[in-house]
Design a protein around this ligand. Structure first.
Ligand code: CO
Length: 295
């Protein structure tokens, strides 16, 4: 009886030492000051004019969270390499988080500036979670959702973009939004968005460059409705390469060329969605949720 009690006591002491020791392994028992940070994660762009979108986001984030340092990361390796050749260094998510860990940030809210929760967003979530598990690393790490995540986001996006259609557009002129598109199942969000738009304005269409709906499907819809004029607008945060070339370009295969050949005259609007403050507010609200979730 006596022996058994001793063994239990020793095991309890051992457990307490292990748990306490592990929790303090990173800082040798010294409490460290809380340091909050924001990491903004975008696909990236190498077109300097398109930077206006990211600057607008940073301005809004800074206004909402004036005391929290902001860092940036680009998910596109292609863009990062291209920028590096021009002498501009941009971090990947992993590099940015490693630097923040080094700078002794304890609480990090990461905001995905993606439009939909596709492959890049899920990779981001996965690696953020892994960073959160490192000994001596962050106390808390949270990831804010991309633009289109809830029904309310869809409703807000529709209102925001309808408000920003050029004033010259007549009721039966089409407005075609160019989304990026993806092989991820969340690609369905683009058709869903078109549904939400058309309940408010039957002449707004949503297509994608690399997924569905494709431009040929949109073209068929326009011809059925005898549309003669279309406004082309990017549904991407920046008006970058896809908007300039695939949407508004003069070459064969651009949306402008395809529709012009079908007898529809096109007016491209080269503005990324992050240039509209009402859209940026949605990302900022998602970030606010992530920040309030830091514990
Ligand atoms: Co692309």
């Amino acid at each position: 009886m006596m022996k058994k009690t001793w063994v239990s006591t020793l095991m309890l002491v051992f457990t307490v030492v292990c748990v306490f020791g592990a929790a303090n392994a990173g800082d040798h028992g010294k409490a460290r000051p809380t340091k909050k940070g924001i990491l903004l994660v975008a696909f990236g762009t190498s077109i300097s004019k398109a930077q206006i979108s990211y600057k607008n986001i940073e301005r809004a984030v800074r206004a909402h969270f004036p005391d929290v340092p902001i860092r940036w990361a680009y998910t596109s390796e292609f863009i990062r390499r291209k920028l590096a050749k021009q002498g501009q260094s941009m971090d990947s998510i992993e590099k940015a988080l490693a630097k923040m860990m080094d700078e002794k940030f304890t609480h990090v809210a990461i905001q995905s500036l993606h439009t939909i929760a596709g492959w890049e967003f899920h990779d981001l979530r996965k690696n953020a979670t892994l960073f959160g598990q490192m000994t001596g690393g962050f106390d808390s790490i949270r990831v804010g959702n991309p633009l289109l995540s809830t029904d309310n986001d869809f409703a807000r996006v529709v209102i925001a973009l309808l408000k920003n259609i050029p004033k010259s557009r007549k009721k039966t002129d089409a407005v075609i939004l160019m989304g990026h598109g993806t092989s991820h199942p969340v690609n369905a969000a683009y058709a869903a968005l078109m549904y939400h738009f058309q309940r408010k304005d039957p002449y707004v269409f949503v297509g994608t460059v690399e997924g569905s709906p494709e431009i040929d499907e949109i073209k068929e819809m326009l011809l059925v409705r005898k549309v003669k004029t279309a406004y082309l607008m990017p549904f991407m945060s920046v008006a970058g390469d896809h908007a300039i070339n695939d949407m508004a370009g003069e070459q064969d295969g651009s949306w402008k060329s395809i529709l012009t050949k079908a007898g529809i005259s096109c007016s491209p609007v080269l503005k990324g969605t992050a240039e509209y403050d009402e859209i940026v507010e949605i990302w900022v609200d998602h970030l606010a949720k992530a920040i309030s979730g830091l514990d």
